[in-house]
Write a protein that binds this ligand. Structure first.
Ligand code: PSV
Ligand code: MN
Ligand code: MN
Length: 431
């Protein structure tokens, strides 16, 4: 059983200092929104209910193929990673679940893990398989593919790993498996596009058959890397075709960084939602490619437009529309806890602003062919300073009004540096 990482006193003391101002700002924004016909308490309720999972693999400092700069007090194992996740949850109350990755996350005793997580107020979200690397002692190599490998025993090995991930996930009360694979080719002619996809579908059909009734499998597309000429599940088109072929439990996962520059991701989101195939998200931001930068740090307007589509889709189908929200970032030069807390804030800002869009007016301008006013309706929402809502949401959920301030003042990392071993600056790798 873990001890609380930031004491409630630290949060309370900071909140006591900031509360009066936050309440005044909230009341003022409430008045402004009332003039626009919006009840701020309705918005607040949605924001307090919104949760996004954090990735276990995002807790360590990331790296590139050029190297890695570990921070003192960074986590060395899954238990230490969970402690760090707990800090994010304590301070934001928006991240109660952790997405694990196997076999990166080494577990000896699942009951012990579950108990430890529960003592930190944490549960588990979608489990992720890994057939994009060879592990020590693995009998068959994934150098030329995994679920789509030309060799049946290699495909079988990859299938079995995914089935094992489902078994593990069941022990942890997860409800979904995310499959991202690096299979593809580096040379024109190296791979037959059609046969490779057939093999993917055959392999995934076996994985699909292993899903419990209340589970989903998310297929995560990615344009390129590590294969640089072609990737088997390269875009949402291939992804949705496969999801439709496999069945209702198969859905598509949108990682915001996995598209060509300038692609209209919000439109992809709308299409997938329209056909009931939007399974989930990996939030991050990107400037050039799969940069895994912090969500909302490069293009917060795009994030807002994505949430506009999500709010729209939820409005159309409130009962069934239920994508899984997760973060997937690589923190190369910041403390991952700080980056993730900022990212959660950016995501919540985008969601709040999307909730403020006057949808009746928007529809009127769309159908009345008034592009300027339609756009102005979006901008009216986007330009609203919604920070008071997020502060009050944190106050009412027992989180910190100022998560970053409390975290910095707590000296958490320095305390951990005294206990945890700091790893050497070796290795690079993708996240
Ligand atoms: C590789 O691009 C990647 O970042 C994918 O986004 C996966 O979600 C993640 O690694 C973990 O497998
Ligand atoms: Mn991802
Ligand atoms: Mn990625």
């Amino acid at each position: 059983v873990a001890t609380p990482v930031i004491t409630p006193d630290q949060i309370d003391a900071s909140n006591a200092r900031l509360e009066a101002e936050a309440v005044r700002d909230y009341a003022h924004l409430g008045e402004q929104l009332a003039r626009r016909g919006v009840d701020i308490e309705d918005i607040l309720a949605d924001i307090m209910a919104f949760k996004v999972a954090v990735p276990s693999w995002g807790m360590g400092t990331g790296g590139t193929r050029f190297g890695r700069y570990p921070i003192a007090g960074g986590p060395n194992n899954l238990f230490e990673k969970l402690e760090d996740c707990a800090v994010i949850q304590q301070l934001t109350k928006a991240t109660p679940r952790v997405s694990l990755h196997f076999p990166w996350d080494k577990v000896k005793d699942y009951d012990e893990l579950k108990g430890f997580a529960a003592s930190l107020d944490l549960g588990f979200d979608a489990v992720n398989s890994n057939t994009f690397q060879d592990q020590a002692g693995q009998s068959l190599s994934y150098k030329f593919g995994s679920l789509t490998h030309a060799d049946a025993p290699t495909r079988q090995q990859a299938i079995e790993h995914n089935l094992e991930c489902i078994e593990i996930g069941q022990k942890l009360d997860a409800k979904a498996l995310t499959v991202w694979l690096g299979d593809g080719s580096n040379f024109a002619g190296q791979s037959d596009f059609t046969r490779a996809l057939e093999r993917y579908l055959d392999s995934m059909a076996v994985v699909y058959a292993g899903l419990p009734d209340d589970w989903r499998v998310f297929m995560e597309h990615k344009l390129y890397e590590p294969a640089f000429y072609s990737t088997v599940i390269q875009d949402w088109g291939t992804s949705i075709l496969c999801a439709q072929k496999l069945g209702p439990k198969a859905q598509c996962l949108v990682d915001l960084g996995h598209h060509a520059p300038n692609v209209n991701i919000e439109m992809i989101v709308a299409r997938l939602a329209q056909f009931g195939k939007l399974g989930g998200f990996h939030f991050n931001d990107s400037k050039y490619g799969d940069d895994d930068l912090d969500a909302g740090s490069v293009n917060p307007f795009q994030l807002f437009l994505v949430f506009n589509e999500l709010v729209e889709a939820k409005g159309r189908d409130p009962q069934c529309f239920d994508p899984a929200y997760m973060l997937d970032q690589s923190h190369n030069i910041t403390d991952p806890i700080e980056s993730l807390m900022m990212s959660v804030n950016s995501i919540l800002q985008a969601f709040t602003k999307a909730l403020l869009i006057d949808r009746v007016a928007l529809r009127g301008h769309q159908d009345g062919n008034d592009p300027l006013m339609a756009h102005a309706t979006l901008k009216e929402a986007y330009d609203t300073d919604v920070r008071p809502i997020l502060k009050i949401a944190r106050l009412r959920t027992g989180a910190a009004i100022d998560p970053l301030g409390v975290y910095r003042a707590s000296g958490y990392r320095a305390q951990k540096a005294a206990i945890r071993v700091t790893q050497g600056a070796t290795g690079g790798g993708i996240v």
